[in-house]
Ligand binder design. Structure first.
Ligand SMILES: NC(=O)c1ccc[n+]([C@@H]2O[C@H](COP(=O)([O-])OP(=O)(O)OC[C@H]3O[C@@H](n4cnc5c(N)ncnc54)[C@H](OP(=O)(O)O)[C@@H]3O)[C@@H](O)[C@H]2O)c1
Length: 337
């Protein structure tokens, strides 16, 4: 174990040091991170959902600075177009377009995929970043609870519809922005969607984020051999409009300690641009290092092969799509360390 690894582990143990700007700054100094401006992404086509605000906006701006061809996704076409104009003006990169789509509306997700396939003959990076913690319960057009629809089912459908283009563009990457909130949630498919009587936004969000990181590992197991890298991550705690709106008290109390959006998005951009993530598949990252997907024995116990199979079957049905059912590789369920 190197001194750097030991120091990182000491930072990781208490969540408050790990998730705040303290963790980011300490790890950056310890590891001597490469500067994101140094990456040349001129040949890369990158799709970013949730690019109109917060972490997605910060990542999109960095990708634009690095010369990537970008497709930005948000729900409102006017807002999307404002962001495209801002980024073209501030970075000088003209290769930025937008598609309006609600990731919880499967019809719109299908239209999004059609646009990407029609407009781009390659796809290097697909980023599932769109997300929100909703204090009130909503439902997507098909009746699925909205957090699960927009952060689990919609992204699953989009990956499925773009899988062939990703494979043709290999080595390519599918990156998912999860949350440290998922550490509190176990894996139970029957309780993935909370009913109106017991709905709690924080709990619902954690369950959806747990499903995201589990599916990320399953995608890697099943489709990694196509040359597609699947990685998920969490950004720590960053000061974004989303956090301000959904957790105002937390945002106020923690304000000075929160990461900037650029700091929260750093690992996302690095996962898209650096060669190091190509050396593994299905990993979960924070601050450019792989992390365990479980911190509690109680959640680890819920992460069984049987439940993973149930999750895959459920989401395939909910997305209304069939994906080739290939044999998983040797990875055992919940085996990340
Ligand atoms: N900030 C943090 O500390 C933190 C911590 C853990 C995880 N995260 C995760 O990071 C991601 C970004 O969060 P943020 O903090 O940057 O929030 P944010 O500032 O509210 O940005 C969220 C983005 O997602 C888009 N979006 C939301 N729901 C959508 C939907 N149904 N369909 C399409 N786009 C949608 C929004 O676009 P429009 O409103 O324009 O549609 C916006 O661009 C989320 O997945 C969140 O769960 C953030």
């Amino acid at each position: 174990m190197t001194a750097r690894t030991i120091a990182d582990a000491l930072i990781e143990a208490p969540i408050v040091t790990s998730f705040t700007k303290f963790g980011y700054e300490a790890r950056k100094r310890l590891a001597g991170w490469s500067a994101l401006d140094g990456y040349d992404l001129t040949d890369h086509v990158i799709v970013v959902t949730g690019a109109t605000s917060g972490l997605g906006y910060a990542a999109a701006r960095q990708f634009a600075k690095c010369g990537a061809t970008l497709v930005l996704v948000g729900r409102n076409a006017d807002r999307n177009k404002e962001v495209v104009a801002e980024l073209v003006a501030s970075t000088g990169n003209p290769s930025i377009t937008q598609v309006a789509a609600d990731m919880g509306d499967l019809r719109q997700v299908r239209q999004l995929a059609e646009r990407v396939l029609a407009d781009h003959d390659r796809l290097d990076v697909l980023i599932h970043n769109a997300g929100a913690l909703s204090p009130e319960r909503h439902e997507a057009p098909d009746g699925t609870e909205a957090t699960v629809a927009s952060q689990v089912v919609g992204p699953f459908l989009l990956t499925t519809l773009l899988l062939d283009r990703l494979a043709e563009s290999a080595p390519s990457r599918v990156l998912t922005m999860s949350s440290g909130g998922m550490y509190a949630a176990g894996l139970t498919v029957s309780q993935l969607q909370m009913p109106p009587e017991t709905y709690n936004g924080t709990e619902q969000y954690a369950r959806a984020k747990r499903a995201q990181v589990t599916l990320n590992e399953m995608w890697a197991d099943r489709f990694g051999h196509l040359g597609i890298q699947f990685h998920s991550m969490h950004p720590g705690w960053a000061d974004t409009p989303g956090v301000d709106a959904s957790l105002p008290t937390f945002s106020k109390v923690m304000g000075p300690l929160l990461r900037t959006p650029d700091q929260g998005a750093d690992t996302l951009v690095w996962l898209a641009a650096d060669d190091e993530p190509l050396g593994s598949n299905g990993a979960f990252w924070l601050d450019r290092r792989t992390r365990s997907i479980h911190k509690l024995p109680t959640t680890k116990r819920t992460d069984t092969a049987e439940r993973r199979g149930q999750l895959w079957d459920w989401v395939t049905g909910a997305a209304g799509c069939g994906v080739p059912d290939l044999e998983p590789s040797a990875r055992s369920a919940g085996s990340s360390s």
